[in-house]
Design a protein around this ligand. Structure first.
Ligand SMILES: [Zn+2]
Ligand SMILES: [Zn+2]
Length: 367
């Protein structure tokens, strides 16, 4: 993000929670049929981190998987390696060569630093189709400049002994406007503008499948457009912060002005999610300010719902090396179980209230 030094926390605290996964190198590949029920969307959080380079958290990126095809939202640091790790433990839709469609919420660096990786690595691995990239005004120029920056690499890979194909590094960049921006047999994707401080265009996305509707807020302060886009949706994935003050580098009052203009507090999210009638809320991009912690954040959200709390909060702070907590305070030390992927499965006719966070979810559904 901009003004990095003093605002490392900026979007930073845009951070985390979500689902995600870890798994890394140990996992064994499983077949798609064994792990992914047909027609059931699933959500894999590939990264929930922030500008601050926390060793245990990668940049924001979420995969919505429908009928074995992955649709990425944002491309934070590590997106391709996280996808590869997920693939290695059974999420076949995240095979690197098959990463072909991505939706960018906005152009903050923490959401786009993985773009060069997403453009080139799948190509190096054999992708021949261009990347279909959707995002706000400026995404086209960003993609063009990335390709220009790597022109020597492209030339040598194509013309040298590596024999790379001539098409897979290309990008079809689509600068979008609010409305339906993508549709295929699996999903209809509608973009909507959100209010993210001084960004002229920042988007959230609504994914409609045959079975479920998932809405992703992107980075935003409380926006009516999110309420309208969700409107009883099955899953609302929303950013949040709690607590007061930022870093020692910044005046707390000023910092809170920034947070209020760019992001959504726990109290605000409690009200918003209630108004949106979300059946399920997944808190992501979680920012903890001052002495606040995740339990406090969840309590604030619930309190702000004024007793209308009818949906569970799922919030997971992904860490490769530490435990993962859920909103009820339970701790599942999934990170210590090599080969497991932490993900939320929503589908197979199973109510969304039932969320499981490892590969057993698919088999448990009888898939
Ligand atoms: Zn962010
Ligand atoms: Zn942002």
């Amino acid at each position: 993000m901009s003004q990095m030094s003093s605002r490392v926390l900026g979007c930073f605290l845009c951070l985390l929670a979500g689902v995600v996964f870890l798994a890394l190198a140990h996992g064994q590949r499983k077949t798609a049929a064994a792990s992914e029920p047909a027609t059931s969307p699933s959500i894999v959080f590939l990264g929930t981190g922030m500008p601050r380079p926390q060793p245990d958290h990668l940049g924001p990126s979420t995969a919505i998987i429908v009928n074995g095809k992955a649709y990425l939202v944002d491309a934070g640091v590590g997106v391709v390696r996280q996808a590869s790790a997920a693939y290695m433990v059974g999420t076949s839709a995240l095979k690197v060569e098959d990463l072909r469609v991505a939706f960018i919420t906005h152009l903050h660096s923490d959401h786009t630093l993985g773009l060069p990786d997403l453009i080139f690595t799948p190509w190096v691995m054999g992708r021949t189709a261009p990347l279909e990239l959707y995002g706000p005004t400026g995404i086209k120029k960003m993609a063009e400049n990335i390709i220009k920056a790597y022109e020597q690499d492209i030339r040598i890979r194509i013309n040298g002994l590596e024999g790379a194909n001539r098409t897979g590094y290309k990008v079809n960049a689509h600068e979008i406007n609010p409305g339906v921006v993508y549709q295929d047999t699996n999903v209809k994707v509608t973009a909507f503008l959100v209010e993210h401080g001084s960004w002229p265009k920042a988007y959230g996305y609504r994914f409609e499948t045959a079975h479920k509707t998932v809405v992703i807020s992107g980075d935003t302060r409380p926006s009516k457009s999110v309420i309208d886009a969700c409107n009883g949706c099955d899953v609302l994935i929303h950013e949040v912060y709690s607590g007061y003050g930022g870093t020692s580098q910044k005046n707390p009052e000023e910092w809170m002005k920034y947070m209020a203009a760019f992001h959504t507090s726990a109290e605000e999210l409690g009200i918003l999610a209630t108004q949106a009638r979300a059946k399920k809320l997944i808190v992501t991009h979680y920012v903890s300010l001052g002495s606040s912690d995740q339990t406090e954040m969840v309590n604030l959200i619930k309190k702000a719902s004024l007793g209308r709390w009818s949906w569970p909060v799922t919030w997971m702070s992904l860490s490769r090396n530490s435990a993962v907590s859920n909103a009820s305070g339970n701790v599942d030390n999934v990170a210590s179980q090599p080969g497991k992927i932490l993900r939320a499965c929503c589908g197979g006719g199973t109510p969304l209230e039932r969320w499981e966070f490892d590969l057993k979810c698919a088999s448990a559904q009888g898939a």
